[in-house]
Ligand binder design. Sequence first.
Ligand code: PEP
Ligand code: MN
Length: 366
Amino acid sequence: MEIQGLNSWGGHYKRPLIMAGPCSAESFEQLRDTTQAISNLGINTIRAGVWKPRTRPNQFEGVGLSALKWIRDIKAEFNVVFAVEVANPHHVEESLYHGVDILWIGARSTVNPFTVQEIANSLRGMDIPVFVKNPINPDLSLWIGAIERLHQAGLTKIGAIHRGFSSYQKTRFRNVPQWRIPLDLKKNLTEIPLICDPSHIAGDRTMILELSQKAADLDFDGLMIETHRAPDDAWSDAKQQITPDRLGEILNQIKFRNPTSKNKEFISHLEELREEIDQLDQELYEVISNRMKLVDQIGFFKRDNNVTIFQKNRWKEISESRHDWATKLGLDPEFMDELFKMIHENSIRRQTLIMNQETEKTKDVS
Ligand code: PEP
Ligand code: MN
């Protein structure tokens, strides 16, 4: 798949790409004031929900077409670009007609291949950036599938947005972030710009900084942050929206690090350290291999002496001693307990295979 990296999307798009703006466009004044304050921070990519997918009916579902007219006017006044969520070909058509610059597919649409295909078909032959939010359920293939549908329609400026995954259990997040999934997506599609939406992950404005820093540390290419001139009065997602002032503070505090450096000394020192790590990893694997050989020997010994694989007292003793070693060596004991449990389980599996092998003696009897 040929997806363009952010640096070839055109001069406007730079890493980190910050998209900020209200959950929903509510009125001309609300959208204009919010845009003005955000653009005063030097941010020129504005998000605004025009049609809102609400979980239950009879709630505010976005102002629709009139918001697109406000967007058209506000864009011209502040020289910014606008991103809007689309969920069907009608949304696409109206957004393009009104000069929207970026589209995104929401989490509830990404789950449905019919919807994504219809949107992709309506975009055939267009050259507009489209972001695909992760599906509400943690399914990497479904997320990649949506991106493939857009790509097959000829789009190449495609981005991905991690907005967390829905769960029935109450957690401290509105949508639980499962960072491995977006990172695996990036492993599959190396060029794809990957954005984090801390607002829908958190559901609560107090967590936006922490989540944004986490995304920056994981080498995300940007952030989409819900920002409103008066968050508490917002018509949707009030608790998670922040003021433009707070957005400015957060962006000043986040440390965006570089994924790499061109400095020669840095590169050569990093290479030395990596060689050492490779060496140590190899030794670690050799030690594990030697351990497993011993485990096998013990397995044969137990089998031939008709002794069980698992002895309760021995397990208690070794798990306690390993736990103490971890603490003394400055390792996280919980992590080492987990690791050791896995090694021990694998040892038991190996010995079980040995136990089940026919011995010379049992063969004679049968
Ligand atoms: C949104 O961005 O306003 C939105 C509805 O998000 P999501 O699709 O992630 O729920
Ligand atoms: Mn929202």
